[in-house]
Design a protein around this ligand. Structure first.
Ligand code: HEM
Length: 453
């Protein structure tokens, strides 16, 4: 890189710190967006892109913005796997891992098992509550075990091994969020990945290759006949899948639960949607999940490396630089999302969000993560319709890389006794949620509006 290629940082970029992004990234990201399409952030030693159109352009241009770079921390930690290679090689890696993650497998094979798991976790929490612990932390006791156990089932690892997997995970996750380059953290991450690779190699050696055509566990699929990956590629892909599917999904579930429970009137509206039938309830849950992916995505950053001198807007960027696309910035770009700072379930273009990335590296586990989150929200509301959020004991979403609530404390209250009543206009889903707390809805206001209080 040459000094001239780095435009003088704007005031916003110059003062950008990870801690600020971790607490509330959105005002900082809006500031960056207003400074230019790409802004040099000296503290992070990278270019930052926080607008929607430029993020899309970067993600759709793997020839000039690549993941395949010696500077890639992910490649250095896990080796060559689908996320760190491009072109035909990337397709070969991804195709080999696809079967357990299709929409069909997620819906038909895994969803029923996740539904069961969610029910069992709430039952266990009820038993604990009956034993005197009346409050439940939905992060520790629900979101985290759903994500971890599901990955165990889908990858094909015994439940008893999962605490070990989680412990390795913690170490390399810290190392990968280490944008400031702490050497000790980096070394610990490499060691944890090596230990996990060794563990997975043993599992692979003991594996019976009996992959089902659609939706057998990944480790079976990868050890089946006719594989197109070498052994080290298989191990690297198992590592990236485990890395990709644990904290991300825990965070996605946690964020969706956080907004469901804390946005004024939302919980009541979703519960009330049951009065219009199961389909309306499922649609209301879906709307909350998708809007939460847009509003506060679990994965905040997508990193690319330039292969040539490029321009993004007015910024001249040399070859070999790091460009960080800020998903939270793109998802709150007013050029694409009206009123981006408002949590509005049911907005028409919500699926344009970039929470699962875009292009060749679009998240392998998106449908599975949706199945898990859907199941977590639904099961909670079906089982604990009187659930009550303890805001004072909870901690809101936090994190500059993965973003999740630290604690989500609720009281189960299995009886149904919601104090507020809410009107929902059916035509545009929950986005038209009109907060008429403690009033009766007016069913005559509009032909399409339905009283669901
Ligand atoms: C079942 C759970 C999940 C699994 C197994 C999983 C796995 C993966 C894998 C293997 C990739 C790399 C795909 C490729 O390079 O072709 C990926 C990409 C990605 N995942 Fe996931 N993921 C899961 C859940 C999530 C969740 C919950 C989020 C966020 C809400 C997320 C966000 C992303 C993003 C943004 C990318 C793109 C990365 C990039 O382009 O640099 N993932 N995921």
């Amino acid at each position: 890189m040459t000094g001239q290629s780095r435009a003088p940082g704007s005031a916003v970029a110059a003062s950008l710190r990870l801690e600020d992004l971790a607490v509330d990234p959105y005002p900082h990201l809006a500031g960056l967006r207003s400074q230019g399409a790409a802004v040099w952030a000296p503290n992070l030693a990278m270019w930052v892109v926080a607008g929607y159109p430029d993020t899309v352009s970067v993600l759709r241009d793997p020839e000039r913005f690549t993941n395949d770079s010696p500077k890639s921390l992910i490649q250095a930690t896990f080796g060559r796997q689908m996320l760190s290679v491009e072109g035909e090689e990337q397709k070969r890696h991804k195709q080999a891992c696809l079967a357990p993650f299709t929409g069909k497998a997620s819906r038909d094979v895994w969803q029923p098992r996740v539904d069961r798991l969610c029910g069992e976790l709430l039952e266990a929490a009820e038993r604990a509550a009956a034993g005197g612990a009346v409050e439940v932390d939905l992060m520790a006791d629900y979101a985290a075990p759903i994500a971890l156990e599901t990955m165990g089932i889908v990858v094909g690892l015994p439940s008893g091994d999962l605490p070990r997997v989680r412990a390795w995970y913690e170490v390399f996750a810290r190392s990968l969020a280490n944008f400031e380059g702490d050497a000790e953290l980096h070394r610990a991450g490499q060691e944890a990945a090596a230990a996990m690779r060794e563990y997975l190699a043993e599992k692979l050696d003991g594996q019976q290759p009996a992959g089902e055509a659609d939706g057998g566990p990944l480790i079976e699929v990868l050890s089946g006949p006719g594989g197109t990956l070498t052994r080290s590629e298989v191990l690297a892909n198992l590592l990236i899948v485990l890395f990709g599917g644990i904290e991300t999904t825990e965070s996605m579930i946690g964020n969706a639960l956080h907004y469901l429970l804390s946005e004024p009137g939302l919980l009541e509206a979703v519960l009330d949607s049951r009065n219009q039938g199961k389909a309306a309830f499922l649609a209301a849950v879906e709307d909350v999940m998708e809007e939460s992916l847009r509003y506060d995505p679990a994965v905040q950053t997508l990193t690319r490396h330039t292969t040539a001198a490029v321009r993004i807007g007015g910024a001249k960027i040399a070859a070999g630089e790091t460009v960080q696309c800020m998903v939270g910035g793109a998802n709150r770009d007013p050029a694409v999302f009206e009123d981006p700072g408002c949590f509005k379930p049911g907005r028409a273009n919500v699926r344009k969000h970039l929470a699962f990335g875009l292009g060749n590296h679009f998240c392998l586990g998106a449908q599975l993560a949706r199945a898990e989150t859907r199941s977590a929200l639904r099961t909670l509301l079906e089982r604990w319709p009187g659930v009550e959020f303890d805001r004072a004991s909870s901690l809101p979403p936090y994190g500059h890389e993965f973003r999740k609530p630290g604690r989500l404390v609720v009281r189960p209250h299995s009886t149904e006794s919601r104090p507020k009543r809410i009107a929902v206009r059916r035509r545009s889903g929950l986005s038209e949620l009109s907060q008429t707390a403690s009033q009766s809805p007016d069913p005559s206001a509009d032909g399409s509006s339905s009283s669901v209080g």
